[in-house]
Design a protein around this ligand. Structure first.
Ligand SMILES: [Zn+2]
Ligand SMILES: [Zn+2]
Length: 441
């Protein structure tokens, strides 16, 4: 399983260039000739290492979901919260939508992703792995962006600092377990060479791949058409050709298998079973729709209060900006900057960036293609971090419940804000960066 990889054709996710990724030694990596996206990294022991980290993550997950996360005490009253207290508190306040989002991002998606990955890796050790593991592995890959343990931990940190000034607060076992879980999941992700898993499935005869790979590779070698020469340890220039002229060569969005099909309507990938499209369908229209919907929600998200903190019987509703102002007033400058950046700056910058990407693509612009591809990667990667405020609210709601004198109640702005974050995530997912390169060509 470990060792040098086989050469394989790959269609770059970011620019669409179909190129031959050469055999990679352990530790080697290949980058796109045109846009420098990482095409493949060959790790040492990709399966065994990932399996070990996934198993440790599962144990830590069990601790994180059963032990207390934080405990606050004030005037003899003690409140402990675990991972589920936030969603339960939100549900009790009539915000089941927000409860569902928090539960999905902190428990549902990480657990499903971990479970699916473990299931596939363990099944591959069986003498005859079941055929459905290819679908299970595809789900594991789709679930990645919705698993937000790292962002939740930052939300816990903000809540911890905010509460530290008001009540006695103690850290529970679950928080240490969550830290360990985050480390194990990041390590498993970094170690997992998805291509190696697909190739192993192929070797075991799970997906029946009927295409003539040799013919494809020969075709690639016969038509060098790369813009630049090979860079660093990237793929060799002789394997590159521009798929703009070969519309029937399609790279699968899920498993990256390059297939040759007569036309791209109603075809499924022979390896993972996902629907095959040369480019994402209705990408521009769907991205516009999600971006505009997010823009509409941005207004109530900032005008309506996201939470009401009642302290000694008096309190007032707080908007996102009001929360930042409170942090500055308490002298917590770094935290104020963090919340301002994540909750106010990132959504705006993301919407502006999506607008730039959409308009420049529709105008067939050749302007700064590399920079725009980089901008797309940043937009796609950074958007989820805006959830910090939502997670912080869920923790405050769970912990601060000392009768009617001292409570935290979530406001309608929080639902609108979570809507903005999720809609911009959908918008970034719908946008197909390869259309920028197609349009420019
Ligand atoms: Zn590329
Ligand atoms: Zn596929």
């Amino acid at each position: 399983m470990s060792g040098t990889t086989r050469p394989a054709l790959r269609a770059c996710h970011d620019c669409g260039l179909v190129q031959l990724v050469p055999a990679l030694p352990p530790g080697g990596s290949a980058h796109c000739l045109r846009c420098d996206a990482t095409l493949r990294r060959n790790h040492r022991n990709p399966m065994t290492g990932t399996l070990a980290f996934c198993l440790s993550a599962l144990v830590l997950f069990a601790i994180a979901t059963s032990a207390p996360l934080l405990q606050v005490s004030r005037g003899g009253q003690v409140h402990a919260a675990n991972l589920f207290s936030g969603p339960i508190g939100l549900e009790n306040d009539g915000m089941w939508e927000l409860a569902a989002v928090v539960l999905l991002a902190t428990v549902g998606a990480p657990f499903a992703k971990l479970g699916c990955t473990l299931y596939v890796l363990l099944a591959l050790r069986l003498p005859q792995p079941p055929r459905h593991i290819r679908r299970v592995f595809a789900w594991a890959m789709h679930l990645s962006r919705w698993s937000m343990i790292e962002i939740y931990l930052l939300g816990v940190f903000v809540a911890y600092v905010k509460l530290g000034a008001l009540v006695r607060i103690e850290v529970g076992t679950a928080l240490y377990a969550l830290g360990g879980l985050l480390f194990a999941m990041v390590a498993a992700d970094a170690m997992l060479d998805r291509q190696a898993v697909w190739e192993e499935m192929e070797r075991r005869g799970i997906p029946q791949v009927p295409i003539d790979r040799a013919a494809l590779i020969a075709g690639a070698g016969a038509d060098p058409g790369a813009d630049d020469g090979p860079t660093g340890d990237g793929p060799t220039g002789s394997g590159a050709f521009d798929d703009g002229s070969r519309a029937r060569v399609i790279g699968c969005h899920t498993c990256d298998l390059v297939s040759v099909v007569p036309d791209d309507a109603h075809r499924h990938c022979p390896r993972c079973g996902s629907a095959l499209h040369r480019r994402r369908r209705d990408s521009i229209a769907a991205t516009w729709a999600f971006s505009l919907a997010a823009l509409v929600l941005y207004l109530p998200a900032n005008v309506y209060p996201v939470l009401t903190v009642t302290w000694f019987g008096s309190g007032q509703p707080n908007t996102i900006l009001g929360g930042v102002r409170d942090l500055i007033r308490s002298g917590l400058w770094p935290l104020a900057l963090l919340v301002f950046f994540a909750s106010i700056a990132v959504p705006v910058l993301k919407l502006i960036s999506l607008g730039i990407l959409l308009i420049s693509t529709q105008r067939h612009s050749r302007w700064r293609l590399h920079d725009r591809t980089m901008l797309y990667r940043v937009v796609e990667g950074i958007g989820r971090w805006s959830m910090i405020d939502v997670f912080m609210i869920s923790i405050l709601v769970a912990l601060v419940q000392f009768g009617t004198l001292e409570t935290v109640i979530p406001g309608p702005g929080a639902i609108a804000f979570a809507g903005v974050v999720i809609l911009t995530m959908f918008a970034a997912e719908c946008f197909d960066p390869r259309l920028m390169w197609d349009a420019a060509a």
